[in-house]
Design a protein around this ligand. Structure first.
Ligand code: UT7
Length: 326
């Protein structure tokens, strides 16, 4: 076991709600299609003066407040995001800028929707090595800034939000029982924002071709998501010497209810163990897992001593799975 204690969690979800009916006035879609094909009812969208680092800072402040500490007490800050404030500096540094923090090492993990679980793997390593004793781990996204609001295939899926967790080494009774992570860069093109970086710098042509927005081959991503997430959970459970029936709470990445159901079915985890925030928030990418963990704790669904199974999947393609005793 990698000793790790989640001492606190926090979240920030922007106020503005966009319902499926609102979207049906913008693109050729309907509440019925979106609910049936995705399980999403509504999503929250950041205000004009908010961006990823601001959402993340609010979530981290919330987690720190609940732990009775200040963000300055952290030894490291890791932000998982695929919607960075800018190409550089990192969103983690912009988050420090927002909080007026200086001196704490801060960096991003860009692993798409798997960003929080990649960050958890990194944080566990930092705690194990002694490089940090208290890490602030954030998943934050402003997907609304990179989706094409004229493309019904993608704009109905995503939302904005942030979740955070404070992790410490703990006393050995809690921790990551088993985890795994992986990526397949050969499939980078099936879910990406093609332009705006060094590969395809911004130009009039890239703007005209709408290449600064999310492009996704939905059905291919769907198939890979189910395969990778179910495999990562099965592998983590096996490595931990557990079965699906031992899991108290299962939080898969929240992209699509059908993906979550198909993943769970392939892992043997009972249906009543799944915790979801998808219907209210849509796919909030790297924020989906920490926001769900936070809400599960707040609602008393996730309790100390529970076995928590997590998995995520995203652009890259990337995936990760972890089984923890919390
Ligand atoms: O966060 C990790 C990355 N993202 C994901 O994991 C998402 C993975 N993919 C998915 O969730 C699903 O593939 C979608 C929800 C994106 C699409 O569902 P689908 O069942 O795979 O639908 P489809 O793409 O096969 O499209 C079926 C039909 C098409 O019409 P035709 O060609 O059959 O006439 C689409 O044009 O549904 C149409 N369609 C829509 N209709 C109404 C696509 N989007 C919409 C829409 N409203 N918003």
């Amino acid at each position: 076991m990698k000793p790790l204690k989640i001492i606190s969690t926090g979240a920030y979800i922007p106020e503005r709600v966009v319902t499926n009916d609102d979207l049906s006035k913008m693109v050729d879609t309907s509440d019925a299609w979106i609910r049936e094909r995705t399980g999403i009812r509504e999503r929250h969208i950041a205000a004009d003066d908010e961006c990823t680092s601001i959402l993340g800072a609010k979530a981290l402040e919330d987690a720190c407040r609940r732990a009775d500490m200040a963000p300055g007490d952290l030894d490291a800050i890791i932000v998982g995001t695929s919607t960075p404030d800018a190409i550089f500096p990192s969103t983690a540094c912009w988050l420090e800028h927002t909080l007026g923090l200086s001196g704490t090492p801060a960096f991003d993990v860009m692993a798409g929707c798997s960003g929080f679980l990649y960050g958890l793997e990194v944080a566990a390593g930092l705690l194990a090595s002694g490089a940090a004793r208290r890490v602030g781990l954030v998943g934050a996204e402003c997907m609304s800034r990179v989706v094409d609001w004229t493309d019904r295939r993608t704009c109905v899926l995503f939302g904005d939000g942030a979740g955070a967790a404070i992790v410490e080494p703990g006393d050995g009774s809690t921790g990551v029982l088993a985890s795994n992570w992986g990526s397949d860069g050969t499939l980078a093109e099936i879910l990406c924002v093609p332009a705006g970086g060094a590969r395809e710098p911004a130009s009039e042509k890239t703007l005209e071709d709408r290449r600064h927005f999310v492009q996704m081959e939905g059905s291919r991503v769907f198939i890979h998501a189910v395969k990778a997430m179910s495999r990562s959970v099965r592998d983590a459970l096996e490595a931990a010497g557990l079965s699906g029936a031992d899991v108290d709470v299962f939080i898969p990445h929240q992209a699509n209810l059908r993906i979550m159901d198909a993943t769970r079915e392939r892992t043997g985890i009972p249906a009543d163990r799944v915790f979801s925030v998808l219907d209210r928030y849509g796919n909030i990418s790297a924020a989906s897992v920490p926001v769900a963990i936070h809400e599960a704790r707040e609602q008393g669904v996730l309790k100390d001593g529970d076995i928590l199974a997590l998995t995520a999947f995203g652009t890259g393609l990337t995936w990760a799975g972890a089984v923890l005793r919390v």
